[in-house]
Design a protein around this ligand. Sequence first.
Ligand SMILES: Nc1ncnc2c1ncn2[C@@H]1O[C@H](COP(=O)(O)OP(=O)(O)OP(=O)(O)O)[C@@H](O)[C@H]1O
Ligand SMILES: [Mg+2]
Length: 461
Amino acid sequence: MSSSRETDAPGNTAESYLGLINAAGVENSISLDSNSEEAWIDVIQKMDEVYSDLVHYQLELEQKNAALEEAQAFIDSVLTSMTDVLIVCDTRGRIQQANGAFQALSGLSLDALVGSELKQIFAPDSQSFISLLTQTIRDNNMIVDEELLLLNEHGEASPFSMNCSARFDHEGRFVGIVLIGRHLGELRRAYKELDQAHQKLRNTQQQLVFAEKMTALGRLVAGVAHELNNPISFVFGNMHALRRYGDRITKYLRAVDKGGSAEDIGTLRKELKIDRIMEDIGPLVDGTLEGAERVSEIVQELRRFSSVQKETQEPFNIVQVIRTATQWVVKSAASKPKVTYHMPEELDIISRRGPVHQIIVNLIQNAVDVVEKQDQQIIDISCIVTDEMIRIHVKDNGPGIRADAVDRIFEPFYTTKPLGQGTGLGLYISYGLAEELGGNITISNSTEGGAEFILSLPLKS
Ligand SMILES: Nc1ncnc2c1ncn2[C@@H]1O[C@H](COP(=O)(O)OP(=O)(O)OP(=O)(O)O)[C@@H](O)[C@H]1O
Ligand SMILES: [Mg+2]
């Protein structure tokens, strides 16, 4: 046994602890037998273990402290960064915590706020609500949303949208309430901004619809001109005939005025074919009027089509709208597809004529575009009336809808047409219009090839 090695460093051996004891001055008087030596070694080992445990606990404690400080710093930073006010109170309505936003509003420090009554921070108008708040939340375990008036640092009432909810401890006991509030001025400003953004979006959308309509109109010009040309040339022809008839009647009447013999007048009457003129004049005027009416209808239709105004619901013959829209498109097309109709002469619905016309134009335009490359170009239009709805089927013998287009066909700007030939807005806008009218558009590929678009509209919307 060594006698006097002194050390107090941790992790000493049993011997060195004995040395320590020895250093205390008892070495010479103790003579250890082997049993007591073992006992000492045990004691020293235990002390060693206790010491290392202590070191371990100390380390753990330091780590926990650091984590706690970090968590506290995190909570503090959140509370400080919050622009909404946050107030926490106990079950008796005494403030326990308030964030920076509320301290700034009230002009009071946290120390001044803690322990004060919740009622003190609200304006008189909100007092009755506050006095019932704790009770209400405790009894009904509910979240309360209310507009309340908080007092600012000058004692003025400031409107806040407050959300008040119950707070529970780790054992689920009700321990108070948490109030979070946003200044209503800010909220209103946010709403206003949202509203403005929404309005802007709606305007852009309307401009988009209008631009698409104008593009469609541009493509339709040739067809419309063709449509106008018929009645106009008809009116022109009739007017020339009427002028000739007028000249002859004038000549005849002058002769009658001059007072020639009855025989001469009779001969002139025959020569000038006055009797035929008399028979012809009625139908000629009727025909002219009809032509002028047709021109006026086309112009009205055009005006309706290009109008930005939202027209009101009215009864109209949808078959006529389908025919007009189809003729405009087909007559504007470079190729002339064969169009077959399966629909009655007349079918009245109550809807908005302009949008219906626009949808049909878009569907027929697409059909005309896809059949362009086919040897035989066929477009079939049929109408089916079911219950309260009318279904207009537009079928073509084109290549059909591409598999990758099926899910995207109604998306804005989706187009498979070459640049400059399609904006990809036609179906997107048509779908929106159909929905606005209380209907919809569905698509499918028919088994014989080609696509089929079905526009469903309520007979009365
Ligand atoms: N009858 C059809 N058959 C096959 N594909 C079609 C048919 N109609 C539309 N599509 C596909 O849907 C796409 C989108 O059509 P949509 O009418 O929205 O735009 P677009 O015709 O390309 O351009 P526009 O804005 O000029 O109408 C087309 O590019 C085409 O790929
Ligand atoms: Mg189109």
